[in-house]
Design a protein around this ligand. Structure first.
Ligand SMILES: [Zn+2]
Length: 236
C-alpha cells in the first residue's frame, strides 16, 4: 500500500478483474474496489502457493507418523496462513504491523486449544478423538465474536488501533475454519454442517480472504483512503 496517488497509479494493472465487477454495484462498492490494496492481491497469490506446498508437505510420512509433530505442523500452517492473511489486509511496513500480523497468526492457531478444553485433558489422543467438534470450530461464532468485539471497542471508546481487532479475528479464524473444512466441512451451528470443502475451493477461498476482508472493511468504513506513505489510517 502506498499513498493515494500511488494507489490510483499502480493498482489498475494489479487489481483482479473479478473484483472490479463491484464498480457496477454503486458508489460504495466502487469506492471499496478503488481502495483494494495491491498488497492483498500479491499476498493472495503467495497464500495460494503456500497452501499448495504446505498441505502437501504435511502429508509426508515422517510427519504423519508422529501425532505431536503432525499437530504442531498443522497448527504452524494455520498460524502462517493467519499471519499472511492479515499482512495482506493491513500491510507490513513497521514493527507494529509485524506485531499485528504475528498476533493474527497466534489467533489463527490458538483456537485449536478448544479441543483440549472439550477433552478436559492435555492428552493429544483425547483431544483428537472427541465425540463432537469443539465450540470455537463453529463458524457462526466468528461473526458473533467479531461483532461483539466491534461493539466493545465502541462502548469502551478504545484507541483506533483496537478497531482492527474484530477484523483480525474474522480473518484469522475464518482462515482456520476454511482449512479445517477440507476434512470436516464447515460447522454452521445450529444449522448443521457442510460437506468437506474441496481442496481447490480451500485454496481459492484462503487466497481471496485478504481481498474480501479489505473490501468489507472499506464498505464498513473501517478502511480509509491512504493519506500517508507510512500506512493507512483506520477508523470505525
Ligand atoms: Zn481446528
Amino acid at each position: 500500500m502506498g499513498t493515494a496517488h500511488e494507489s490510483q497509479r499502480g493498482e489498475t494493472d494489479l487489481r483482479p478483474a473479478v473484483l472490479c465487477w463491484v464498480a457496477a454495484m454503486g458508489p460504495d462498492a466502487e469506492r471499496a474496489c478503488a481502495l483494494l490494496p495491491a498488497d492483498a492481491v500479491v499476498c493472495g497469490v503467495g497464500l495460494a502457493l503456500f497452501c499448495l506446498v504446505a498441505d502437501r508437505l504435511l502429508q509426508l510420512p515422517v510427519i504423519q507418523r508422529h501425532d505431536w509433530l503432525r499437530a504442531l505442523s498443522d497448527s504452524a500452517v494455520h498460524g502462517v496462513i493467519g499471519m499472511w492473511s492479515w499482512a495482506g489486509v493491513a500491510g507490513v511496513r513497521k514493527k507494529a504491523d509485524l506485531a499485528e500480523a504475528i498476533l493474527a497468526g497466534c489467533l489463527a492457531s490458538v483456537i485449536d486449544v478448544d479441543h483440549f478444553f472439550l477433552a478436559r485433558s492435555l492428552s493429544l489422543k483425547a483431544a483428537l478423538t472427541l465425540p463432537r467438534r469443539p465450540f470455537l470450530h463453529c463458524s457462526t461464532v466468528i461473526p458473533i465474536v467479531a461483532l461483539a468485539l466491534k461493539f466493545l471497542v465502541h462502548l469502551l471508546k478504545l484507541r483506533d488501533s483496537w478497531c482492527r481487532l474484530p477484523w483480525m479475528v474474522f480473518v484469522s479464524w475464518t482462515s482456520h475454519h476454511i482449512r479445517d473444512g477440507i476434512r470436516h466441512g464447515l460447522w454452521l451451528c445450529p444449522f448443521g454442517k457442510t460437506s468437506p470443502v474441496p481442496f481447490w475451493l480451500y485454496v481459492i477461498a484462503t487466497s481471496s480472504l485478504p481481498s474480501i476482508c479489505s473490501f468489507m472493511m472499506a464498505l464498513a468504513g473501517t478502511r480509509q483512503r491512504p493519506s500517508s506513505k507510512h500506512g493507512i489510517p483506520m477508523d470505525v
